[in-house]
Structures are given as C-alpha cells and as structure tokens.
Ligand binder design. Structure first.
Ligand code: HEC
Length: 110
C-alpha cells in the first residue's frame, strides 16, 4: 500500500517535471522566433531592441505576459488589424508551431 502511494507520488512529480521542461523548451523556441521574425527592431524587451524610428516603434514588451493572456496574444499576432484597425504591425507570417512558441515566450514575460 505504501509502495503504491510512493509510486503515485513519484509519477506525479515526474509528470510535473516533464511538463515544466516542455514549457521551458517552448519558451526558448519562442524567444528564437521573436529574433528570427524581426520583432526586436520594433519592440524592446528588458532594455534590448526597439530602436527603429519613432513612427514604427512598438511598445515595450518586458511585462506583456502580465497584461495580455495567451488567447489575446494569439489573436493579435495573427491579425493585428482585427484587434486594432489602426495597428502598424504586420500579421505573423510563420508556422502555427512558431506562433504557439511565440505566445508561450511573450506570456512568460512578467
Ligand atoms: C514595424 C514595427 C513592428 C514590428 C516589426 C513588430 N511590431 Fe509588434 N507592435 C508594433 C506597434 C507600433 C504596436 C502598437 C500597437 C499597434 O500598432 O498595433 C505593436 C504591438 C504589439 C503587441 C501588443 C502589445 C500590447 O500589449 O498592446 C505585441 C504582443 C507585439 N506587438 C508583438 C510583436 C511580435 C511578436 C512581433 C514579431 C513577430 C512584432 N510585434 C513585430 C510594431 C511592430
């Protein structure tokens, strides 16, 4: 009986660890997508980037994950003008997998 309890506990711990690793992996991929898709010239994160001229400069994204949830980010990135008709941002032009990773990365910025 005690063995069973221990096994269940170890199993739960392993599951939680694997999920945390998978999430960390997704966030790392998203950071790479952020660099590859040229988001950095318009958006500063923790003091890096966002140096493009004043008209195109996007907001600071250092704490975007505290203000926007994953659903909002996904909708906005897919089609910024659908959320804000005056948006100066282009729609995300990568894969669904890339978008998923990007949303995980931005969501982690708090
Ligand atoms: C040409 C400059 C430019 C580029 C490139 C750009 N953005 Fe933006 N972004 C903006 C501007 C300007 C805004 C402010 C609102 C608007 O115009 O839509 C914005 C808004 C945002 C917001 C909303 C922030 C908020 O909380 O309101 C997110 C998230 C975002 N950008 C992420 C990205 C990502 C991810 C990329 C790369 C795929 C990217 N941006 C590329 C200019 C840019």
């Amino acid at each position: 009986m005690t063995h069973l309890v221990v096994l269940v506990l170890v199993g739960a711990l392993l599951n939680a660890t694997t999920a945390a690793w998978a999430q960390a992996d997704l966030i790392a991929k998203g950071e790479k997508v952020f660099a590859d898709k040229k988001c950095i010239p318009c958006h500063a994160i923790k003091g890096k980037g966002g140096t493009v001229g004043p008209t195109a400069r996007g907001p600071e994204l250092s704490t975007v994950g505290a203000n926007r949830d994953a659903q909002w980010l996904k909708t906005f990135l897919k089609d910024p003008k659908a959320v804000n008709p005056k948006s100066k941002m282009m729609a995300f032009n990568g894969t669904d997998e890339g978008l998923e990773a990007l949303v995980a990365y931005l969501g982690s910025l708090k």
